[in-house]
Design a protein around this ligand. Structure first.
Ligand code: SF4
Length: 312
């Protein structure tokens, strides 16, 4: 009998020096993401990750895959475009709470309506860490972190509730320093067919002196499945009641639930909606089409196209 062959797990590490502050929750997220992709055995050339502006955006440089650091608040539209152009790719979008729910909030909502098969990781430390700790859209009303001269005058956005009401078909919350559990959530999010959100609570020890590692780990966090919570929509008729249940859970603030809040297996993802109109999709998706001939010139005759659509 042959000895079992030991497979070497894929490594996504790069040689680039990781420039986050000591103790930052981003380190836990990086470890969980690398482990999740290794568990899924995804070749680096089959994964594309689009990141926005903020400390979280740097993760594109620390992962060996197609990492694209894009404009402020725009990782989702870039990611959606890439997935539609090349459905073979596993596509991730990464934002911080400021990037995704401040300038990127419109993209967040409209991405939900489309339900493209993309995984969105939202690094949530409740401050704008890269620009010295201003209040972000997830910092609660009346909380004063050390960089604020006065308590926060704005109320907070609830990312899970916003995702569910916008049309995301998977919504989960993890904690950066429960690395193994976070890895499992990321795997589930990637495996889900449709737009998935993982909100990741993380300390920012440099600017958020309220929601610290000690604060999170003082018995506040619990796992939804430990209380028998069932997030799965198996029949369209139970969609609304499951949404309400998930949103109510996400609003708890004396205790902090983590885990999968909502998983809808009944709403069609965007590629199925396209296929209803273009039955051959994705036989020849845009990324598989020739754009230039051997001479390097475009194969598309732009003049003919312009003539075709000219208003007469
Ligand atoms: Fe992390 Fe905060 Fe430092 Fe940014 S500022 S790297 S979020 S600890």
């Amino acid at each position: 009998m042959k000895a079992a062959q030991k497979l070497t797990p894929i490594s996504y590490k790069t040689d680039i020096f990781v420039e986050w502050c000591p103790g930052c929750g981003d380190f836990g997220i990086l470890a969980a993401l690398r482990a999740a992709l290794a568990d899924l055995n995804l070749p680096p050339n089959k994964v594309a990750m689009f990141t926005g502006i903020g400390c979280s955006g740097r993760i594109a440089h620390y992962m060996k895959l197609y990492g694209i650091h894009v404009l402020h608040g725009r990782p989702l539209p870039f990611a959606i475009g890439a997935k539609l152009a090349n459905p073979e790719l596993t596509v991730l979008a990464v934002s911080g709470d400021g990037d995704g729910l401040g300038i990127g909030a419109g993209h967040f909502v409209n991405a939900g309506r489309r339900n493209v098969d993309v995984t969105y990781l939202l690094f949530d430390n409740r401050v704008y860490g890269l620009t010295k700790g201003q209040a972000s859209p997830t910092l609660p009303l009346n909380v004063k972190t050390k960089a604020l001269p006065k308590p926060n005058i704005n109320d907070a956005v609830n990312p899970i509730a916003l995702a569910i009401t916008s049309g995301f078909t998977f919504a989960a919350r993890g904690y950066a320093f429960q690395i193994n559990y976070l890895k499992e959530l990321i795997v589930k999010a990637i495996e889900h067919r449709g737009l998935s959100l993982v909100q990741i609570l993380q300390p920012c020890p440099t600017y958020n002196d309220i929601h610290t590692k000690d604060w999170y780990e003082a018995g506040r966090i619990y796992r939804l499945e430990d209380e028998g919570y069932d997030p799965v929509v198996r029949d369209p008729a139970e969609r609304d009641s499951k949404k309400v249940e998930a949103i109510l859970r996400s609003m708890e603030d004396d205790r902090i639930p983590i885990g999968v809040f909502y998983k809808d297996e009944t709403t069609p993802p965007y590629d199925e909606r396209i296929r209803a109109r273009i039955p051959s999709y994705p036989e020849r998706p845009p990324a598989a089409q020739e754009i230039a001939g051997e001479d390097g010139l475009p194969v598309v005759d732009l003049n003919a196209l312009l003539q075709r659509y000219r208003v007469r």
